[in-house]
Design a protein around this ligand. Structure first.
Ligand code: G3P
Ligand code: CA
Length: 248
């Protein structure tokens, strides 16, 4: 873990999702090609309890099917094309299993940090925290470099009760007050607090740092925002264009 104030880090948001369809192996390959040192992705669960990497709770935007992800068994989900919407060259991209991302990272010999966001809807995915922890602990190469986060703070509590050592990031809700977010995050033993670009300011940064929480901001695609946040003392940003911002 780098100390707060050690310079702004870049986290590839849903992979290099400015260049390839988000949360696909194509997007993850691309950010690894760019030398990403941290990769963010969204994890959900199929009806047969496989952990998959998808942002939306239904497949309308990505595959043109208005159906909830949670109702799909993996065999059926894996038949959907989630690349075509982005561009014809990505025709045939599939929803990856969490293990497939781990295989890719291991096969590339990458030491990237993995920012694993649990994407629960109104009804949480039963058992998702334990399954994620188990898949990670089956890979010694990933030890200590997965950071779990979620807007669903009950999921973070379950995760903490399952693992005292898990690294956790606290995703602050859009209406959540600063003092209660920091209190909650500290009580959960989080190492970072993640804020939207619209909410980030110096007061948040100072209050988080005083509580020993690093501040990560999403989603930052403009170099000018990046410079402003760096100046403010923000520790990391989630970006769809990791290569562009690295040249800021
Ligand atoms: O974790 C930061 C960011 O990914 C949260 O927002 O909607 O892109 O998952 P979203
Ligand atoms: Ca996310």
């Amino acid at each position: 873990m780098t100390p707060a104030g050690a310079g702004l880090r870049l986290i590839a948001h849903r992979g290099a999702s400015g260049y390839a369809p988000e949360n696909t192996l194509a997007s993850f390959r691309k950010c690894l090609d760019m030398g990403a040192s941290s990769i963010e992705f969204d994890v959900q669960q199929t009806s047969d309890h496989r952990l998959v990497i998808v942002h939306d709770l239904n497949l309308k935007r990505l595959a043109g099917v208005r159906r909830a992800l949670r109702t799909y068994p993996y065999a059926e989900l894996s038949g959907l094309d989630v690349g075509r919407w982005f561009g014809r060259q990505y025709l045939g991209e599939r929803v990856p299993l969490l293990e497939q991302l781990f295989d890719l990272v291991e096969s590339r010999g990458s030491g990237a940090e993995l920012q694993l966001e649990i994407k629960n809807g109104r009804t949480p995915y039963a058992g998702i925290e334990k399954r994620a922890l188990d898949l990670v602990s089956a890979r010694p190469s990933l030890s200590g470099r997965v950071v779990y986060s979620s807007f669903d703070h009950a999921a973070l509590k379950r995760l903490r009760s399952l693992s005292a050592s898990a690294r956790i990031g606290y995703l602050a809700g859009s209406m959540e007050r600063r003092a209660s977010a920091i209190k909650d995050a500290s009580a959960l033993g989080c190492e970072s607090l993640h804020l939207s670009l619209g909410r980030a300011d110096r007061t948040w940064v100072e209050a988080c740092h005083a509580a020993n929480l690093r501040v990560f901001v999403y989603t930052v695609n403009e170099a000018a925002d990046c410079r402003r946040l760096e100046e403010m003392g923000v520790d990391a940003v989630f970006t769809n264009f990791p290569d562009v911002l690295s040249k800021r």
